[in-house]
Design a protein around this ligand. Structure first.
Ligand code: TIU
Length: 228
């Protein structure tokens, strides 16, 4: 099957069926819901909910085609052995990573708050990458997973745009992956940072990658069915 052209900035993105994964970054209760890590940092978490519906639409489109889906979770071992003290102590938050909150210990694997929001819960067979850093390649098997499946193109959604999404896109870009960010499917606690991040990604001829609207992606995928 030939590449699917998606209207995007700074120019159309060519999506190769069979070699493109959807990467959903850190759509966890700890970032999206009240009482989690995001709230402990002093943020208005209500801003992130807007990304969930669009991310779900992408997830359904990928699942319908049987294409690979990768979920990431910013998370730490219960003994915090993978959490640098500098990360835990930064910013004098109300609650620190590992402290008990209303959804369990913040950002600790196995706790309710660490789970992905129910609307986007991973299905068996979908890859879940637990990542101790902001970037999903740091200290994880992500690159090996992608290489094993012959994946060359990554379509990104998730939170937050300028922190874990941007860090991961930059890591991926440096490793040679062709990256597309779906604008409505990502969100930040700071809308101006989301806008600036997208502008940075597509500037200079796509220095980090591409950005496209949700309907541009879904429409291109629908259109490609009739071309099958
Ligand atoms: N604080 C913030 O905006 N983000 C994070 O700490 N992690 C992610 O972006 N996942």
């Amino acid at each position: 099957m030939s590449d699917i052209p998606i209207p995007a900035r700074p120019y159309p993105y060519a999506l190769p069926p069979g070699r493109c994964a959807l990467v959903l970054i850190d759509l966890q209760r700890d970032f999206v819901e009240p009482g989690g890590f995001g709230a402990a940092l002093g943020n208005d978490v209500s801003l992130l909910g807007a990304a969930v519906g669009p991310a779900r639409a992408l997830l359904q489109a990928w699942r319908a085609r049987g294409w690979p889906v990768i979920h990431t979770r910013e998370s730490h071992a219960p003994d915090l052995s993978d959490c640098p003290p500098a990360k835990r102590e930064r910013g004098q938050p109300a609650l620190r990573i590992g402290d008990p909150g209303p959804m369990g210990r913040l950002l600790v694997r196995g706790e309710p708050g660490c789970e992905i929001v129910p609307a986007l819960a991973p299905l068996p067979g979908e890859t879940v990458i637990d990542k101790p850093g902001k970037g999903a390649f740091h200290a994880t098997p992500l690159q090996a997973v992608l290489q094993a499946q012959g994946i060359t193109h990554l379509v990104f959604a998730g939170v937050t745009t300028e922190v874990c999404v941007q860090t991961t896109m930059r890591e991926a870009n440096d490793r040679g992956y062709e990256c597309l960010l779906v604008e409505e499917a990502t969100a930040s606690y700071f809308p101006e940072f989301k806008a600036a991040t997208i502008a940075m990604i597509v500037a200079q001829g796509g220095i980090v990658g591409w950005a496209a609207g949700l309907n541009a992606v879904l429409g291109a995928l629908e259109g490609s069915k009739s071309a099958d």
